[in-house]
Design a protein around this ligand. Structure first.
Ligand code: MG
Length: 229
């Protein structure tokens, strides 16, 4: 039966650490300062507080200030020059081509940004669809990764058993959510875990939630084909 690869975008398929995340963080701080009439320092602190508490600044903004998510997402992802930041990645193109099964990008980022990144990377033809944060809203609430109800709904919509789906991610928290729902899990360490040496305890906790660990998605086909045998 077909395997379904659910691929995270930022820091999984491309490096968002260098330019993308710093710019999003800056834009979010400016947004909070503007909309909530805060000084820069206070806005920055509140942004981080919401991010720590809810896993996303947007969730805090919706809950406490009734922010319109579409307005927030549009204003905080300013990338008219995305093609200069994210380059075509032929290793990634080849890797995805060799990855047997369906390939779907699942990201907590907005669709306009995710589509642009996918196009800039040159992988549009390798991707069946993009599941962005806009489609993670139900029961009147935005429920991005690692929401278990959202992951269950996503798997149901794909019409395959959860055990045939693999979440490929740099976020251990998101993989833990996926694991609870019965998905298989791949941790990609090469970008966001570059200078990160986890403790033995963290490693042990991790290993319970992670089936496969790779440095880069480019290494995934080899591992996937081996484990499928
Ligand atoms: Mg990520």
């Amino acid at each position: 039966m077909t395997r379904v690869w659910l691929l995270d975008l930022d820091n999984t398929l491309h490096d968002a650490m260098r330019v993308v995340f710093p710019r999003i963080n800056r834009a979010m701080t400016e947004y909070l300062a503007r909309e909530l009439e805060l000084e820069h320092e206070a806005a920055n602190a509140l942004r981080m507080q919401y991010w720590r508490r809810y896993g996303a600044t947007l969730l805090g903004m919706i809950r406490h200030h009734g922010t319109d998510p579409h307005h927030f997402l549009r204003e905080t992802h300013p990338f008219p020059d995305l093609r200069e930041i994210v380059r075509r990645d032929m290793r990634l193109v080849h890797a995805l081509r060799r990855l047997p099964g369906r390939r779907i990008v699942v990201t907590n980022a907005p669709l306009h940004y995710a589509s642009e990144v996918v196009r800039a990377l040159g992988i549009r033809a390798q991707i069946e669809s993009i599941v962005s944060i806009e489609s993670m809203s139900f029961a009147g609430r935005l429920q991005p990764k690692p929401s278990r109800p959202m992951l269950r709904r996503l798997v149901a919509s794909l019409r395959v058993p959860a055990s045939r789906c693999v979440l490929v991610e740099d976020s251990v928290a998101n993989l833990a959510g996926a694991r609870h729902v019965g998905l298989r899990t791949v941790l990609v360490t090469g970008i966001s875990h570059r200078s990160h040496h986890p403790s033995r305890r963290a490693r042990a906790g991790r290993s319970r939630r992670i089936d496969v660990q790779v440095q880069s998605v480019a290494h995934l086909p080899r591992k996937a084909l081996r484990s499928a045998r």
